[in-house]
Design a protein around this ligand. Structure first.
Ligand SMILES: [Zn+2]
Length: 393
């Protein structure tokens, strides 16, 4: 085989994959002309079966942009790909020919099934395979949506039910690169914000299905606005008031729900329904938008109900009970809703209000599950504000 090869992709490249001799995915890396004897996987024989599978299972490749990209490759016609290397010695010996080693993607892809027992533990393999969801980066769709399914079909093994290719993080519109110096060091981000918050900031700020721009500035802004202000204050203010007015013991609601009460409940019910729908679609920004709408409805509910005014009026005791119950119930639902994104925070808050995060979601998702007379505890500030870094000149 002769052709252009990108050592970073570990893949032979077609002319369309190169620009001025450089790999499109690794624009600072010049492709090398490689000539060697290889064994091939006969991908061309699987063209029709792959096409049929993708047509029959529209959910197989997501999002739509990636599906269209793969369909484009199919239309252009699939070429056989090299499955062995003979010019490098390091690698897994190729079965039946010790002059060759297995092409790196060949044995890398196979890990997905051998890791769950293929060939060694049939019971485990049956339990875990096929994968319900395979999450990959957008630059390796060719391997995961064509090569790997074809290899599985050839071996008579089921293909993953769904492959989802996410986008890249960009800085000032460009792919992060150490040589360009435009990268955000994940360890430094974890030092500044905590790994917990970094996970949240990325999932909130960037649509998962395409490239998204990040910067220290937007991350700091969002940390302060969403976590320190919206979420942190909502929980801290509510639980402080509960301490002040009821010694931390949750009162029972007393009296009919007002329009304000219903508004709060509706916002949380909407977030709960949205969570089910958006998480299945891996639309994390969509789920988080609704959670924050609900949390902010909670913050407005505090302002509009003014528990500190009710507390001074002896004839408003019942109303104060209802308001405080609703607020803590809203916090309970918040802990469930944020637990996939902010698991440590959710666990901390759940402990304070004695919510059981392991309770089945089918019942936990209903408004009004928190038992009156629950003794709560006030924790510390969840997310202390962070000073903005000096702008880079
Ligand atoms: Zn490359």
């Amino acid at each position: 085989y002769e052709g252009w090869y990108c050592v970073s992709c570990e893949a032979f490249k077609q002319d369309a994959d190169l620009k001025g001799g450089y790999c499109l995915i690794h624009p600072t890396l010049k492709a090398q002309w490689l000539k060697e004897e290889n064994y091939f996987f006969k991908l061309s024989s699987y063209q029709d079966r792959l096409q049929q599978h993708i047509d029959k299972h529209p959910e197989f490749i997501q999002p739509e942009t990636r599906r269209n990209e793969v369909l484009g490759w199919l239309r252009a016609g699939l070429q056989d790909f090299s499955i062995s290397r003979s010019t490098i010695k390091w690698g897994i010996p190729f079965p039946g020919d010790d002059k060759h080693v297995v092409y790196v993607w060949g044995d890398a892809l196979v890990n997905y099934v051998t890791g769950v027992g293929y060939g060694t533990d049939e019971a485990m393999f049956k339990r875990w395979w096929p994968a319900d969801l395979h999450v990959i980066g957008k630059d390796i769709t060719r391997f995961h949506c064509l090569y790997w399914p074809a290899m599985l079909i050839s071996a008579g093994v089921a293909v993953p039910k769904r492959v989802y290719a996410h986008g890249f993080l960009t800085v000032r519109g460009e792919k992060m690169s150490k040589s360009l110096g435009n990268y955000i060091d994940p360890l430094e981000a974890a030092d500044r914000f905590g790994a917990e918050a970094v996970r949240y900031l990325l999932l909130r700020e960037l649509p998962f299905d395409r490239d998204g721009e990040i910067s220290w500035e937007t991350m700091t802004d969002r940390f302060n606005a969403d976590l320190a202000n919206d979420l942190g204050n909502f929980i801290y203010r509510t639980l402080s008031m509960l301490q002040r007015y009821f010694d931390g013991k949750l009162p029972a609601p007393d009296g009919d729900a007002t329009a304000l009460d219903k508004q709060l409940q509706t916002a949380f019910e909407k977030a709960v329904r949205g969570q089910d729908k958006h998480m299945k679609a891996l639309d994390f920004t969509g789920a988080l938008d609704l959670i924050w709408e609900a949390v902010n409805r909670g913050n407005k509910y505090i302002e509009e109900s003014a528990p500190w005014v009710l507390a001074k009026q002896s004839d408003q005791r019942k109303r104060l009970q209802t308001v405080m119950y609703n607020l803590v119930e809203a916090i309970r639902l918040t802990t469930y809703l944020i637990s996939p994104f902010l698991p440590e925070t959710a666990a901390k808050v759940a402990l304070q209000i004695k919510a059981d995060l392991k309770a089945p979601w089918a019942t936990a998702r209903e408004w009004g599950r928190l038992a009156p007379r629950t003794q709560t505890a006030l924790g510390g500030v969840l997310f202390p504000r962070i000073e903005k870094p000096e702008p880079v000149a």
